[in-house]
Design a protein around this ligand. Structure first.
Ligand code: TRP
Length: 453
């Protein structure tokens, strides 16, 4: 029956869950990835497809993950084992948990490399404050970083250590403390950057690029990228939100409401990031299309060098972005760690976290090298880092999400669903259920099939 607590600890309140889940959702995906995906996929049309994916697929699956987690109360693999038994369906559903663990290790591997870039940039601004050289040619500064495997490895390692440290401490001591103040601070900083964008005189043009769809640039690839981005930004498809849901108290917490709160905040941060970055891009005469993964690193420093207190600002911005990445990376590590803890006993949380992170760090070296020494290596037309990102974000997450939707829609019995979503009006409940059963799986399947063939 439904347990009321998990052995890994519990969020101390509903607010803490929302902060932690938002901390997981808001990260590099919103501030680094969303702007450049929008840039590479032609602007408004991509944004619109992405918003559609969030609403029809992302939000409903987010609720499904939280619900499954809160009912199971253990790590994803054991949750599926338990729930499948309870509902009398095949135990092969456990595969979703395994997909999640593998995807998590893959994503963490390159996520930590990119988060390392943000640490490096924060450090560049510290050096500037201490009288170091200005970043006069951001393109060259960025290229120099990518060309240096040792520098990249150092920051990648440092970031991974920070991640392990929090996860090793556990839910209450580690995860909660990290999110309480830092997330609101980042939000504030982003707002200030949007205000700065208004002073450039290019806000109108930026908004047009973001919100006026040019349908001629849409291809099948746009849908795949938008779907992948929707899953990535909401931390869906690899049982992260399920794991966080397992630590969510029952009393007085509405899954529908917390789901909406998380999805809304996450989407607003991405759109705000777009409104902060594109005016700067445009005002410096950079082409907003085809910016690539370097977009924020080659555009924002231009503004930081010219605006008042820009250096302090640059430090705060990249520092807080690193923090946002941190609260996300811990959520990439937590599901696998929780599984190992259940498998081998509570005493080993530290070792479990260290083992998984070590593996992911090693894999991350492939991404590091693909940026320089191995940049010529191509797999399916992509460099190694882009390839790992493609497999994990664009294929594994949607596949995981598709299976989670089917599990929630068809395998779990209705009583469990109704019990978890008890406050939901009947019409909404029925809508949600059919989104899970038919709409979300169909949309994801179409996108996946088109990607593969
Ligand atoms: N959502 C985070 C971001 O936007 C990244 C992330 C954290 C994630 N946990 C995840 C992505 C689980 C996919 C699955 O930066």
């Amino acid at each position: 029956m439904d347990k009321t607590t998990s052995i890994h600890g519990m969020w101390s309140s509903r607010l803490m869950f929302i902060l932690a889940a938002t901390g997981s959702a808001v990260g590099l995906g919103n501030i680094w990835r969303f702007p450049y995906m929008t840039s590479d996929n032609g602007g408004g049309a991509f944004v619109l497809v992405y918003l559609g994916c969030i609403l029809l697929v992302g939000l409903p699956i987010l609720m499904a993950e939280i619900l499954i987690g809160r009912h199971g109360r253990v790590s994803p693999i054991n949750t599926f084992r338990k729930l499948a038994r309870e509902s009398g369906v095949s135990r092969h559903w456990v595969a979703i948990g395994w997909i999640g663990i593998v995807a998590g290790i893959l994503i963490l591997s390159f996520y930590s490399v990119v988060a390392g870039w943000t640490l490096h940039y924060a450090f560049l601004y510290v050096k500037q404050l201490a009288g170091g050289a200005a970043i006069t040619d951001p393109g060259a500064t960025f290229a120099a970083l990518l060309a240096d495997p040792l520098e990249l490895t150092f920051w990648h390692a440092l970031f991974m250590l920070l991640t392990v440290a929090v996860v090793a401490l556990g839910v209450e001591k580690g995860l909660e403390r990290a999110v309480r103040f830092l997330m609101p601070a980042l939000f504030l900083l982003l707002m200030m950057l949007v205000v700065y964008g208004m002073t450039t005189g290019f806000m109108g043009q930026a908004a047009a690029f973001l919100f006026k769809p040019d349908w001629t640039v849409i291809t099948g690839g746009t849908f795949l990228s938008a779907m992948g981005q929707a899953f990535f930004t909401l931390s869906l498809g690899m049982c992260t939100m399920m794991t966080y849901g397992a630590y969510l108290p029952r009393e007085g917490v509405s899954i529908g409401r917390v789901g909406i709160a998380v999805a809304l905040t996450d989407t607003s941060v991405a759109l705000l990031a777009g409104l902060a970055i594109f005016p700067i891009v445009l005002s410096f005469g950079i082409d907003p299309a085809g910016g690539g993964p370097g977009l924020i690193f080659t555009s924002l420093p231009l503004a930081f060098e010219t605006m008042p207190f820009g250096i302090v600002y640059g430090l705060a911005f990249f520092g807080l972005l690193a923090v946002a990445a941190w609260t996300s990376s811990i959520s990439l590590l937590e599901p696998a760690t929780a599984f190992l803890v259940e498998r081998f006993g509570m005493a080993s949380r530290k070792r479990a976290a260290l083992g998984i992170a070590g593996l992911s760090w090693l894999l991350g070296l492939l991404s590091v090298l693909s940026l320089n020494l191995w940049s010529g290596v191509r797999i399916l037309d992509r460099d190694i880092m882009t390839f790992i990102e493609f497999i994990a974000n664009d294929l594994m997450l949607p596949l995981g999400g598709l299976l989670i939707a089917l599990f929630a829609g068809w395998a779990l019995n209705r009583t469990i669903l109704r019990e978890q979503l008890s406050d939901m009006p009947p019409v909404l409940f029925t809508t949600w259920r059919w989104l899970m059963r038919v709409v979300a799986p169909a949309l994801v399947l179409i996108v996946l099939v088109r990607a593969v063939v």
